[in-house]
Design a protein around this ligand. Structure first.
Ligand SMILES: [Fe+2]
Length: 369
């Protein structure tokens, strides 16, 4: 076994209880004016927005709220957010929410200081000026966006695509699981499946190393038994289980940030774009097949995953199938279109075997026709 690893994590992550109240100084570190970037409801519902606003008021920091971020945020909306930040003369950005608002807030920071980058230009244009500093506060247990240098956005043509690199890291992640306590059951399941997919996929990629594997295994060990319980009871998790899920999603984020994702994430985007399948479910539904490939590629590591789950391959497949509970039917024509589109999908190259776009088409047909 190789113990080689490298770990780049420029985000200052402060996690635990009452993190905002106990770290107010963070909010005055970057200036006196900030733009809060969030979605329509979760930041308010979680209590995070009220807590942030109370602290900003106390510190005499002027703020404006940009709450137009939707699920699968559009580059055009993020561009608009960047313009709002410029017009408000924001010194920094606070991103509050699940994966969509957090990913969007990273892009807003880039657009804000680079007016030459417009809409889909974020994928191709050079980031000439340093993005605005960003503080992120997560409200779901899945994305790991808090600790990654990745922003997944949706192009004007409706296709999801990520943009990543050193310009897409937050300065601070303030990680307090209490902001996940109001997440409803279905979103809890979908986001937990997303975190599980991050952990499992990243472990077997070409970029994985000793450290990412350790983070992923810890994360799987924390998430899996809670998923089993959620499936059995169909009840919301306890607060303690919410805490576990939240921090496990960050550990999976550490693994993901280095290892990247395999084909489940690449393929999952299509189900979200065309069938509105929540991101976590859209990716996790391909995890059983991914595990089959992983078993062929690295049986030792595969066994470690099953040990971490304290389960076997058949039970894992059954559980994921039951939690995903997907009933969509994809016509042959569309599957053909996916196969040709996936010819250039990088996630296949990052996966551990030769599983390719043609195999992916067969899998989609098996699952959804
Ligand atoms: Fe994901």
């Amino acid at each position: 076994m190789s113990y080689d690893f490298s770990f780049y994590m420029p985000v200052n992550i402060i996690g635990g209880s009452n993190i905002l109240e106990n770290n107010k100084g963070v909010f005055s570190e970057f200036g006196k004016r900030c733009l809060i970037v969030t979605g329509a409801s979760s930041a308010k519902k979680s209590g995070a927005l009220d807590d942030v606003v109370a602290i900003l008021d106390e510190l005499n920091i002027d703020y404006a709220i940009f709450d137009k971020i939707t699920e699968n945020p559009l580059t055009t909306t993020c561009y608009e957010g960047g313009r709002a930040a410029r017009e408000f003369s924001a010194d920094y950005i606070i991103g509050i929410g699940g994966g969509s608002p957090l990913d969007a807030s990273k892009a807003v920071c880039v657009y804000a200081t680079n007016p030459q980058i417009i809409d889909d230009g974020i994928y191709t244009e050079k980031v000439e000026n340093k993005p605005l500093p960003l503080i992120v506060i997560g409200t779901t247990s899945g994305t790991g966006s808090e600790v990654s240098g990745v922003s997944v956005l949706t192009r004007k043509n409706g296709r999801k695509q990520s943009v990543s690199g050193k310009n897409y890291y937050a300065k601070y992640a303030l990680a307090d699981a209490k902001y996940t306590y109001s997440v409803p059951f279905k979103t809890t399941v979908s986001t937990a499946l997303d975190a599980l997919a991050h952990a499992v996929e990243s472990m077997f990629t070409k970029r994985a190393d000793f450290l990412t594997t350790q983070f992923a295994l810890v994360s799987i060990k924390m998430i899996y038994p809670i998923l089993v319980k959620l499936n059995e009871t169909q009840n919301l998790p306890t607060q303690e289980e919410r805490d576990i899920l939240y921090f496990a999603s960050l550990y999976a984020g550490f693994a993901l940030n280095k290892g990247g994702t395999g084909f489940p994430h690449g393929m999952g985007y299509a189900l979200t774009e065309d069938y509105d399948v929540p991101h976590g479910i859209a990716c996790a539904v391909f995890i059983p097949q991914y595990l089959n490939e992983c078993e062929k590629a690295n049986p030792t590591l595969f066994k470690q995953v099953l040990d971490a789950m304290n389960s076997d391959k058949e039970s894992v497949e059954k559980l994921i199938c039951s939690l995903c509970d997907l009933h969509i039917s994809i016509p042959d024509e569309r599957i053909k279109e996916y196969v040709s589109r996936w010819e250039t999908l990088k996630n296949f190259k990052n996966s551990p075997t030769e599983f390719n776009n043609e195999d992916a088409g067969i899998l989609v047909k098996k699952l959804f026709s």
